[in-house]
Each structure stands twice: as structure tokens, then as C-alpha cells.
Write a protein of this length. Structure first.
Length: 349
């Protein structure tokens, strides 16, 4: 399959290109598109053949449900059996934006889209080109992140092309995304709302709207025997090709330990990469040292994380180390992704 490329800036959508992209979705094809979080791989959410194609293009297990993207709140009525008050409250506070809600699905949503579940994940993104595209596509776009399964989510069209060129009909290039980590997922089908995946919308922001809220305990811990509530979170996502270890502790002890381990690995013939912060980048000796941003700037760290992991892959590094980050605010999302990339390998010093 030959993949077509179009450009569409975030704020002034390329109308003709987006009209064509919408036509591809209506005809059952697949289009990758930018959102404010990461690039999505879209297909018609109400067409089970389209959802099957998404799984195939990603190489993703088909029990891992897709998120349905809409471009106006009222379109949720078609997807959801009954809309609870909490969904109105969250939509009022955070939509359009990087929040996904899990709700009981209606008959209009095929099980192919929900990975066999009776619930559906719904998101209303804020990215103007994404919204124009969803509208052109008929209003219901199922989209997981536009990476091959097991690779970091793509934050630029170039990374989408690396994974998807020749496998999908079109890629809409909207430049670099803003946030860089996937949406926060909140499950509203239980007795108490529960965060299944942390993201830019933090636990505290959700609490301010909903009052009490639970968090899936597998988010930052590898809980023995516990099964993550979002089926996708059980897979070893975001896995770089090199073996990644996180080193946690006070700054000097961490740099010393990472340098020690890096020297040992180099001596053993490994190619070593280090994820450092602006404050520490000059303190490391390794084949490749990346400054992920200033330690206090969690937005920058979130924005750069997946790009750094992909660059490490490109340089064929075999052993990787990262400093740990604070888990307050959006740090919860950063550490959730980093711990997964590291397969929960953490050394405390
Ligand atoms: P991605 O689109 O790559 O961000 O992945 C979508 C995430 O949403 C995966 O982790 C899914 O398991 C999760 N998800 C989608 N639908 C549901 C659902 N109905 N219940 C729980 N988690 C869901
Ligand atoms: Mg994904």
C-alpha cells in the first residue's frame, strides 16, 4: 500500500487535505492524525472492519480496546448507553482536551472497537486539525496511538512514518504534538471513578471536579497478580530496544551510580545511553547522553520522553539508564511510562 502524506498546521487545518482524509475513513481506510497528546491511527469506529485493520496495521492484540474520538460532546450519546453526571462534569472541565472516559457502550459500537468489552473509551480532543478531521470522517474515529505495538507513541509525523509507512492510507503531518504523553483515562463505570492511566490531566485536577477518585494500583507499581483495568496497560508498552534501568535517589548518588554502571557496561562491549536532566547532563560519561529537560519542567520532560527513547533505538544503544522523576502532578504519568519502558527495573541508591 502506498501511504499518502498531507500537511495540516494545528491552527489552520488544510481543508482540502482533511476532506480527503475524511473520505478515506468513510470508505473504511486508515489515516494517522495529530492530536494534542500523541499521533493517533484512525479508522471508522462504527465499522468493525476498520477496527480490524487498525489492529493489523499496529500488530496489536485485538483484546486491547481502541479509544473513540468525537468532535462534539453531544456525539457521545450515540456511543454510550447512559451518560452519568460525572461525565458531564468532567466534559465541562476538561473537554475538548487530553481526557478519555470509559462508559457503558451502546449497540452502535462494535465489539471489534472495544476489544470485546461492554464499555467504550471516548475522547474529545482539542487539536483543531484533529477535530476537523473527525468531523470530515463522519464524527466517530477509533484511534490508538499510531505506533507499531510495543514502540513508543509517536510525537511527530516522522515517527509515525517510521512505523506505519506502507501500512496505512494517509498520514496527516501536523508537526510536533504539544503534550507528548497519551490521554488520562478515567473509568466511570464502577461505583467510584477510577484513573486507569495517568496523563496531563492529573489526579488532583480530577479530584477537584469529582471529589473522591480511585487510582488503579498497577499505575506506578508492579502489583503481583493484579491485572490492570485498562487492558492495554498490561502489555510491555513503550519498550526501547535497549535494556533500560531507572536509578532513584539523591542527585549526586544517582549520577555516580549511573556512571559506574555505564562504565561497567561499556567495558563489557555494550553501547550505553543515559536520560539526564539539564542539571545533570554534563556529569555523565556514556556513548549517548540526552538532556530531557529541566528537572522542574515536567511538561518538557513529558514532551521529550518518547522522542528520546526513539533516538536511543536509532543509535542502536543496548544498555540504557534514566534518572527517576518526581511523581507529583504530571510526574505520575511520566514515571508510569518510564517504569513500563524499563519493565519496572529500578535501582535505589
Ligand atoms: P492508546 O490508544 O494506544 O492510547 O491505547 C488505548 C488505551 O485505552 C489502552 O490502554 C486501552 O486498554 C484503554 N482502553 C480503551 N478502551 C477501554 C475500555 N473500554 N476499558 C478500559 N480501558 C480501555
Ligand atoms: Mg498506545
Amino acid at each position: 500500500m502506498k501511504t499518502r502524506y498531507i500537511r495540516s498546521d494545528a491552527d489552520t487545518p488544510n481543508e482540502e487535505g482533511i476532506r480527503q482524509a475524511g473520505g478515506i475513513i468513510r470508505a473504511g481506510g486508515l489515516v494517522a492524525f495529530p492530536t494534542e497528546t500523541v499521533y493517533g491511527l484512525g479508522g471508522d469506529a462504527l465499522n468493525k472492519e476498520s477496527s480490524r485493520k487498525i489492529y493489523e496495521a499496529k500488530g496489536r492484540p485485538s483484546d486491547n480496546p481502541l479509544i473513540v474520538h468525537i468532535c462534539r460532546f453531544s456525539d457521545m450519546e450515540k456511543l454510550v448507553e447512559r451518560i452519568p453526571q460525572a461525565a458531564y462534569d468532567l466534559a465541562e472541565a476538561f473537554w475538548p482536551g487530553p481526557l478519555t472516559m470509559i462508559l457503558p457502550k451502546s449497540d452502535a459500537v462494535p465489539y471489534e472497537t472495544t476489544g470485546g468489552l461492554d464499555t467504550v473509551a471516548v475522547r474529545f480532543p482539542s487539536h483543531p486539525a484533529a477535530r476537523a478531521f473527525i468531523e470530515a470522517a463522519g464524527g466517530y474515529v477509533a484511534a490508538p496511538s499510531a505506533n507499531r505495538s510495543g514502540r513508543p507513541s509517536p510525537t511527530t509525523a516522522k515517527y509515525v512514518a517510521e512505523d506505519m509507512d506502507g501500512r496505512i492510507d494517509m498520514i496527516i503531518d501536523g508537526g510536533e504534538v504539544g503534550i507528548g504523553l497519551e490521554s488520562t483515562i478515567v473509568d466511570l463505570t464502577g461505583e467510584m471513578p477510577m484513573i486507569l492511566r495517568p496523563g496531563y490531566i492529573t489526579q488532583e485536577m480530577l479530584q477537584n471536579v469529582l471529589g473522591e477518585i480511585a487510582a488503579d494500583k498497577t499505575m506506578l507499581k508492579e502489583a503481583a497478580g493484579a491485572r490492570p483495568k485498562a487492558p492495554g496497560m498490561k502489555y510491555r508498552h513503550y519498550a526501547p530496544k535497549g535494556v533500560l534501568t531507572i536509578v532513584e535517589g539523591n542527585r549526586d548518588a544517582v549520577t555516580q551510580k549511573i556512571n559506574e554502571l555505564a562504565a561497567q557496561a561499556s567495558a563489557a562491549g555494550e553501547k550505553v545511553g543515559v536520560i539526564a536532566t539539564r542539571e545533570t547532563v554534563d556529569a555523565y560519561h556514556a556513548d549517548c547522553v540526552k538532556n530531557i529537560g529541566p528537572r522542574a519542567d515536567e511538561a518538557a520532560i513529558a514532551h521529550n520522553l518518547y522522542a528520546v527513547l526513539r533516538e536511543f533505538d536509532d543509535e542502536e544503544l543496548t544498555v540504557l539508564f534514566s534518572e527517576a522523576f518526581d511523581t507529583a502532578g504530571m510526574g505520575q504519568a511520566i514515571m508510569n511510562r518510564l517504569l513500563k519502558a524499563a519493565g519496572h527495573r529500578v535501582i535505589r541508591v
